[in-house]
Structures are given as C-alpha cells and as structure tokens.
Write a protein that binds this ligand. Sequence first.
Ligand code: ZN
Length: 440
Amino acid sequence: MFIVFNRDLQKGEQVMLEISYHGTPVKMLENTAINWNKDKNNKPWICTATEGIGTHHMMPCKNMLADESDSCFIRVGVPKDLVGVANGKLDSVTETASEKIYHWSVHNPINIYNISFNVGDYVKLEKPYKDINGIDQKIQIYALSYNKNIADTFYNQVPIILKKFEDLYGVYPWWNDGFKVTETKMPNGLCMEHQSGISMTDAYINIFKGINLILVHEISHEWWGNSTTAFDYADLWLHEGFAEYSGPLFVETNMGKEYYKRYIYNFYNSTKNKRPVIKPYDVGYNNLIHHDDQDIYNKGALLLHTLRMELNNDSLFFKTLKLFQQRFAKSNITSHMFISFFNEETKMDFTPYFDVYLKQITPPILEYHINKSQADSITLEYKWANKLPENFKLKINFWNEKKLNPLYPSSTIQQLKFPSKDRYVFDIETSGYFILKERK
Ligand SMILES: [Zn+2]
C-alpha cells in the first residue's frame, strides 16, 4: 500500500493516519498470529505472537525490522470480566456499556514483531526490584486467576535473572515502560520476548535448579533483539545467538563453571551446519520456517563461546559486550557493526573468524593423526581439513599427561612429539567449536 499526501510533509513533523481494518487472521505454518484459546474455566484466553508469521497477519504495518516506530499505543477492548494486556505501561482503563478498554503505551522504539496483546481472566501480581542504579522498580506478572499462587512463587526467579543481565549488559532498557510477564498459550508452548511484556506459557516448570532457562532466554532478548535490533532478518543471529549464549552465562555465575560447560556441550550436538548463520539480505528472510536455519540459535551461541575462548580475556570480552549494548542501545545494528566494534575494542582482527562461523556452512575441521610407530615417542599430526581463510586463527587445546599444549593449526600438516608413556586426550569442552576428525 502506498500513501500519497496532499501536501509536502516537513521533516520531523508528526501526522496521524487512521486505518480501519477487520477480518479473520489466517492460519499458516501451523501457527496463527492470534490464538483463540479457552482457559480451564472455559473463559476466552486470546494470545498473540507474530515473529516469523509476520505482524501483517495481525495489523497493517511496515513488516520490517529496519524502521522501528519510536512509540506505540495499544487499546484493547474486552468484555468486562476479562483483562487486556499489552506492551508498555497501562495508562488507564475506560468503560463503555458493554466493555472495558485497556489503554497501553510504549515510550520507546519497538520492533514490529514485539508488539502484542493478550486477553484473559488475568490477575496482576507485583514484585519489588532494585535496579542496577539503586532505583526501586516493580516487576509485574499477569497470570490467569486460577494460577495466581503458582505464578507468584514461580516468578520469584525474575529479580535474580534481571540482576544478572543488568550486571552483564547494563541497566534494563525499558524501565520507563516497566517490566512485565504475561501468561499465554501459543502452539508448541511458544514463549516470546515481547518488549516490556514477555509472553510465557502456563507450564510453570523450572527446568534447571529452580530456574526456567526459557525465561532466561526471553529476558536477555530485552537487550539482544529488543534494544539492539538487526536491520535485516538476515542478521537475526544477533538476537537469537546472544539470547541463547546468555543461558550459559547465567548458569556459569549462578551455578558454576561445570554447568556452563555442559550447556555449551549441548549446543555442539544440536548444531546442524546445513546453512550459513547469516542469511540473504534485503529479502525479508524468514529464519523460522526451516529447521536448517535454527543454527542462528545454537551455532550463534557457540561462536560467541569460541570467540570468548579465543580472546582469552574475560574482563575485556564482557566489557566489550556491555559497551556495545550502551553504544547501540535502542537502535538497529548489523553483523558488520558488531564485528567492527569488537575488533576496535579488542584491538585485534576477528574478521576471518566471523567469516568462517557466520558465512561458511562447515565450521573448522581439525584433522589429526596419532603416529605410534616410533618406540620412544608419539607424534601428533594435525591440520585444518577444510578450506579456511589464510589468516584464520584458532587456538586448540591439546592435553597430554598434565600439560596443556596450545596448537595453532593451519592448512599444512604440523607435528607435536611427546614421550610415548604420556596420555593424550583432546579436551574439546573448554576450547572452541570445531569438528574433530581422526585420520587413521
Ligand atoms: Zn529467542
């Protein structure tokens, strides 16, 4: 749709367009933008999510990431025994003869798929929270009335998670819009990072030591995805890779390094390496249709883990992530912007590294051979088996007996000799992501 004005608009001028529309949202990809559910009391429970399917299935919009609205107003009219919940702050509730109208406002830029509303027999719960600047804030939970008690206990974990991410990435970006979680029901138990109004299922299961790791993922999106938003869906790993890596980062400080390692190891097994992490630009690429595109999550997390190992300087690594969040807060970003920023801050050149993990389908393959033909020594031979950029560098940790040997493989065979009495074990848990292939 093109809109032609009857006069020239001035730069910075605000005009109001009124667009009326109605209809029945379509069902697509086993999914709908608007899910018409009933709760256990047979009351309507309407939940929305448009990432992937496209927000144009819910309302007229510019269905793109590059042009965020700077604010947003959502009005939800519902029967008087129900509550309408949307992003941002509840400004007021007005009444007509037949319905209540909930007026919500978002006073920050918001990417289009984050806009959402839910309707149900909700009750509101509040929890106190002191933010990183020492300011008293409130965490709001909208739970179905019959789940009030379970939700109250379950969401005691929110302050712990928020605290961790404010420490890591800086102050929560939307305190002027509030922090809210809404109980929702969408196909396949989908949860969503809807800005300042996260959607969580009614499962109320703590997956891991009193923590729900999906909630951890969704909360981290308030920084990665919602505050720093990709210009193009091609770069969606900037949302999902960082959110997925935020899981092990949370686990590492709150539960210990061993749990971090286990978490990372799970990513190894689920990474597909069928398509590049960065997708085609300028085509509105949909990452959520095909399973082979899911590497934006796990491989995105793995390449961040590997980057951290390669940098081998945690304070610089975390300082750089936090600085990036501050520099590009509430704006659009590209992979290139992140890579340039990371190179500048670390005074190193990780461009070949990112090229391999983001643009090549296959990660580095380390081919090795252990030669035991000599009586008094064992020789390890190693090289990269696949084609990698000339200046690609990755340190591999190789243990023998009690000694850690750093290896810097290249495209030509290198050797390492050690006495035959020594043990030899590859420790791939503590080093970065690559595929290990033994040559017999
Ligand atoms: Zn996500």
